[in-house]
Write a protein that binds this ligand. Structure first.
Ligand SMILES: C[S@@+](CC[C@H](N)C(=O)[O-])C[C@H]1O[C@@H](n2cnc3c(N)ncnc32)[C@H](O)[C@@H]1O
Length: 275
């Protein structure tokens, strides 16, 4: 496997935190990342967002049939193309020099990525609906919000929406020193194993809009949160929704409402609350 420090030296770059560039330099963490995919994950086409100098790309080529890496920085994309010319030639690697938020992402069977932190949420919600296993590195605090349970301080919109698509687990925490340059905070590696939710929703958009709406008012009771956020939720008749949902839910705060109860609320809203 390629040495991460040697890759940085060959690329002749220094990670620029302003551009979300923190390169992983700890071999043990790098070696473990592909192995965090679920055992039965299909590794025929692994997508990596933010290739950097290619230390993770190299490990992915060791386990996947084919890898596509997206890198916005054109200097780094050019370096990856040169460094991994053999794999490209063999049809095992494609380097896309572009912004992962703007390009059409290719169909992939799994993704392992050390995400640019500035856009980790947007990227996660581009990847999760694909229903493929993901191993993603985030800021630790963000990862903790993803896995949080109802009733905890960290539980919120992110926990409900991520959990809608996948079982989310933190599989390891990564210290700042594992990166060059070190980021301001610790990181955590998350495994997302796709699943069908254990509840029915009228459609994902209605469910997501209601969750987004009521968490903007997380200190209010659900009764007031539903009333105050119809411009976000799209609910036309909040009083009918509150009445059908019942007093027990109306008195709770969003932070204590389970995903199943949000799903029930979305079903009620689709039935009685929207025109
Ligand atoms: C945290 S670094 C990870 C680099 C490498 N995978 C590693 O583990 O060492 C994130 C990388 O994403 C790239 N990046 C930042 N924003 C991006 C975007 N919108 N689309 C694609 N790549 C981006 C940065 O240039 C940087 O190389």
């Amino acid at each position: 496997m390629r040495d991460p420090d040697a890759l940085i030296a060959r690329a002749g770059v220094r990670g620029d935190p302003e551009r979300d560039q923190h390169f992983l330099v700890d071999d043990r963490v790098l070696d473990r990342l592909p192995g965090h995919l679920p055992d039965r994950a299909d590794r025929t086409h692994v997508l990596e967002i933010g290739g950097g100098t290619g230390a993770l790309t190299d490990r992915l080529l060791g386990t996947a049939d084919r890898v596509t890496v997206v890198e916005r920085d054109q200097t780094l994309a050019a370096f990856l193309t040169e460094e991994f010319a053999d794999a490209i030639e063999a049809g095992r690697l494609e380097v896309i020099g572009g912004d992962a938020l703007e390009i059409d992402l290719p169909a992939f069977t799994a993704s392992v990525s050390n995400l640019p932190y500035g856009i980790s949420s947007e990227i996660a919600f581009r990847l999760l609906p694909a229903g493929r296993p993901l191993v993603l590195t985030f800021q630790r605090e963000f990862a903790e919000r993803m896995v949080a349970e109802p009733g905890s301080d960290e539980y919120g919109r992110l926990s409900v929406t991520a959990g809608h698509y996948a079982d989310i687990e933190i599989v390891e925490t990564v210290p700042r020193e594992a990166f060059s340059p070190p980021p301001a905070v610790e990181s955590a590696v998350v495994r997302a194993t796709p699943k069908e939710p254990e509840y029915a929703v009228p459609d994902d958009e209605t469910f997501m809009a209601i969750v987004r709406a009521v968490f903007t008012q997380r200190r209010k009771t659900m009764r007031n949160a539903i009333r105050n956020t119809t411009h976000i939720s799209g609910i036309d008749d909040p009083e009918a929704v509150i009445e059908a949902a019942g007093e027990e839910l109306a008195r709770k705060r969003a932070g204590n409402v389970s995903p199943e109860s949000f799903a029930r609320l979305a079903r009620i809203a689709a039935e009685v609350g929207t025109e």
